[in-house]
Design a protein around this ligand. Structure first.
Ligand SMILES: C[S@@+](CC[C@H](N)C(=O)[O-])C[C@H]1O[C@@H](n2cnc3c(N)ncnc32)[C@H](O)[C@@H]1O
Length: 267
């Protein structure tokens, strides 16, 4: 490609929560059109198969024992590749605007005159509980839900957890496993020891693990079932209102059949 034909462009794209079928058509079209894809650890790498063989793929996520790009390095890489190659797709887990720093990357690129686009994704905050049959709202049980980060920029538990614990809303906590004991204490202090809690690790994938208990028992459940990150914590009466879904295992089995590489792949 001649340098003078390059139109620098960034599309921040939501890859969904793990099940490779939980991606939008618009996201697939963006991946197909990409000259370069910068992708995170939480995306299902099967999705990269939609890209042209010529597309450069750069892993910029964090994995145990591997070098992790800092956010400013990712920003600079986006700008440099957009200028040298054209269309950069920034592929992120779930929805890029839900604790995904998608907006920061778009704002940074815009300063350099790069065309910017956004393709929303299916957030794990909604899809992961849904695959376990947990409705975040249900008539008679929950009129609203909060989606909160367990770990803020300063590595503290978000103060919003305390506010949410005072409400009757369903509370969905991302990045909260390292703060589970603190979370449990916040709800116990509100006298909610018997409130149901579900924890779903690697939701919507073949590695999905699930544990259910109450504010009082959930730490023991986590130990017993060896639950860890990445996981979603769902707190509220709706956990007891789960729908029985026959399709969860069937769907996951059919994914494995359609995508045999998922058998050895990991999220
Ligand atoms: C940095 S946040 C990104 C969230 C993402 N933007 C979204 O909308 O799903 C990462 C956290 O999302 C949650 N998460 C993402 N995918 C998940 C999955 N498949 N199963 C369980 N939790 C998941 C975990 O709490 C994880 O630590």
């Amino acid at each position: 490609m001649q340098n003078n034909t390059i139109i620098p462009k960034l599309t921040v794209v939501g890859a969904g929560p793990g099940d490779p079928e939980l991606i939008t058509l618009k996201a697939i079209n963006a991946i197909k059109d990409a000259n370069v894809i910068l992708y995170d650890a939480l995306i299902n790498e099967v999705l990269l198969d939609y890209a042209s063989p010529k597309t450069e793929r750069i892993f910029v996520g964090k994995r145990k024992g591997c070098y992790a790009y800092q956010q400013d390095q990712i920003n600079d890489l986006i700008v440099a590749r957009a200028k040298s190659h054209g269309h950069v797709v920034r592929l992120k887990g779930g929805d890029p605007f839900i604790f995904g720093r998608g907006a920061e990357e778009l704002d940074y690129a815009k300063q350099f005159g790069i065309e910017t686009y956004m393709v929303p994704g299916v957030s794990s905050a909604l899809a992961v509980p849904a695959y376990q049959g947990i409705p975040l709202t249900k008539r008679g049980s929950s009129e609203s839900f909060w989606v909160i980060t367990g770990t803020t920029k300063s590595h503290q538990l978000s103060n919003d957890v305390k506010l949410a614990a005072k409400s009757t809303a369903t509370v969905v906590i991302l990045m909260g496993m390292g703060k589970l004991q603190e979370i449990v204490k916040v709800f116990s202090d509100e006298g909610k020891q018997n409130l149901p809690v579900a924890i779903i690790q690697n939701g919507t994938t073949k590695d999905e693990k699930f544990g259910v208990g109450t504010i009082e028992t959930i730490c023991d459940v986590v130990k017993e079932r060896q639950l860890s990150s990445p996981a979603i914590i769902v707190i509220g009466e709706v956990v007891n209102q789960r729908s029985k879904l026959d399709s969860i295992t069937t769907e996951l089995q059919s994914q494995t059949l359609c995508h045999p590489e998922l058998v050895s792949g990991s999220l």
